[in-house]
Design a protein around this ligand. Structure first.
Ligand SMILES: [Mg+2]
Length: 310
């Protein structure tokens, strides 16, 4: 993949400065803006909050023309946004897709892309409501997903309390292993992630998780984000590792799209939900916000940051 351009700031620093620039005025119907998996908008007198998320998929940053088929790219373009809706315990309503086509794209590629995207939409029970088409030097795709959740019940990153148990769904590192090897179940996992929509609803309705997010950039970085948002630290043991993957891939590899969540220590959490294991990996601690330790040692975030030299 093309190397990320060397910016002066990390993605987190850029997001922080944008949040200050785009301060939301008091009394706005925007309940949560920049900084969580989705923005939350509360229409007046509605029993539901609306969730909005947008994700870019860029040729040579997120996929390669030579190794990724059009239908897989379309599937993943939508799956990423659906995973953010899942992270908040929401139901997807519709999506919008904007696509810049590169000179090498032919009609078969475009058809394949939308076939994959609409297959994923069908699985998730959502629809394509519109978008835009243009052309560019490389393929660039942006998918907006709108979702809904009962009023004030969205699972957020900032809701964890000291003493809450930390859980992850599934096994981690599969996508990173797949990207490294280009074959087998792990490659399929990389190409066609499964947004955990039913699990997200279960965490909101039944478990009543205190905080949640999806694992898009790697556990070490994403848990640091959840901890920082909640004003706490986190202490974990090694998470479940995808068969054949390394612990480093499980800790720092991105794009697993499993859910990371917290719940009060005595909340009963089943060992699995619809055959997806739910594993307790640690506890939230009152310590430096964003600090994560594993087996007593600091776990330095090594997940994917677009703007830091790797
Ligand atoms: Mg997310």
């Amino acid at each position: 993949m093309v190397k990320p351009r060397r910016f002066l700031k990390s993605e987190a620093a850029l997001t922080d400065s944008l949040r200050r620039l785009a301060a939301v005025p008091r009394g706005s119907a925007l309940v949560a803006g920049i900084g969580d998996d989705c923005a939350i908008f509360r229409p007046p007198n509605s029993r539901e909050d609306l969730l909005f998320t947008t994700d870019l998929l860029v040729e040579d940053t997120h996929f390669r023309r030579a190794t990724h088929r059009a239908a897989d790219i379309g599937w993943k373009a939508l799956a990423r946004g659906l995973s953010d809706i899942a992270a908040m315990g929401g139901d997807p309503c519709f999506c919008l897709v904007s696509l810049a086509l590169a000179p090498w794209c032919d009609a078969a590629w475009v058809n394949g892309f939308f076939r994959g995207l609409l297959l994923q939409a069908g699985h998730a029970g959502t629809v394509l409501a519109g978008g835009d088409l243009s052309h560019g030097a490389t393929v660039v795709c942006d998918v907006v997903v709108c979702g809904a959740v009962p009023r004030s019940r969205a699972l957020r990153r900032d809701g964890a309390h000291a003493g809450d148990a930390i859980y992850v769904s599934g096994a981690l590192g599969g996508s990173a292993l797949g990207l490294a090897t280009g074959r087998g179940k792990a490659w399929r996992r990389h190409l066609r992630p499964e947004p955990r929509l039913a699990l997200g609803r279960f965490l909101r309705e039944t478990v009543r998780a205190t905080a949640a997010m999806d694992l898009s950039d790697g556990l070490s970085l994403d848990l640091a984000r959840l901890s920082k948002a909640s004003g706490l630290g986190a202490e974990i043991s090694p998470p479940p590792v995808w068969r054949g993957a390394t612990l480093a891939q499980a800790l720092h590899g991105g794009e697993d799209y499993e859910l990371l969540f917290t719940a009060p220590p005595r909340t009963p959490v089943p060992a699995a939900f619809e055959n997806i294991p739910l594993t307790r990996i640690g506890v939230m601690r009152r310590q430096n916000p964003g600090r994560v330790t594993m087996a007593g040692k600091p776990l330095v975030p090594g997940g994917y940051d677009h703007f830091l030299a790797r």
